[in-house]
Ligand binder design. Sequence first.
Ligand code: HEC
Length: 110
Amino acid sequence: MFRPLHGLLAAAGLIAFSVTPSQARDVEAGRAKSQMCGVCHGPLGISTAPDAPHLAGQPALYTAAQLKAYRSGARKHEVMAVMARMLSDDDISNLAAWYASLQIEVQPPR
Ligand code: HEC
């Protein structure tokens, strides 16, 4: 169940990488850029604002797709549109890499 999906995501990543070889995917650069996001999404991607989603551990593919959707207007949100319009494609892939690199742990309810 998990493996085919993983393979698919890896393949998608390879395709995206070969189409846009300039994409940096630099976790350190993403961490630096994420400082302006931390006000709402938390310094380690666990949100501090009740209306902002957690980003820690989110697959890079998903985070990058959402940021591009906010930037293009395909996904609508006033604040996130303003944030996303300040980001280049490299910024987006670096930020997505940073949030994907954060380790999260969940526990069942007690
Ligand atoms: C002022 C608060 C604020 C700041 C600053 C902010 N965000 Fe957000 N962000 C939000 C809110 C609120 C939402 C939920 C929007 C919605 O309902 O679509 C959101 C949604 C998102 C999502 C979609 C998550 C999902 O689960 O679909 C991503 C990705 C995201 N933000 C990334 C960022 C990044 C990267 C930055 C910095 C460049 C940033 N945000 C800065 C408030 C903020």
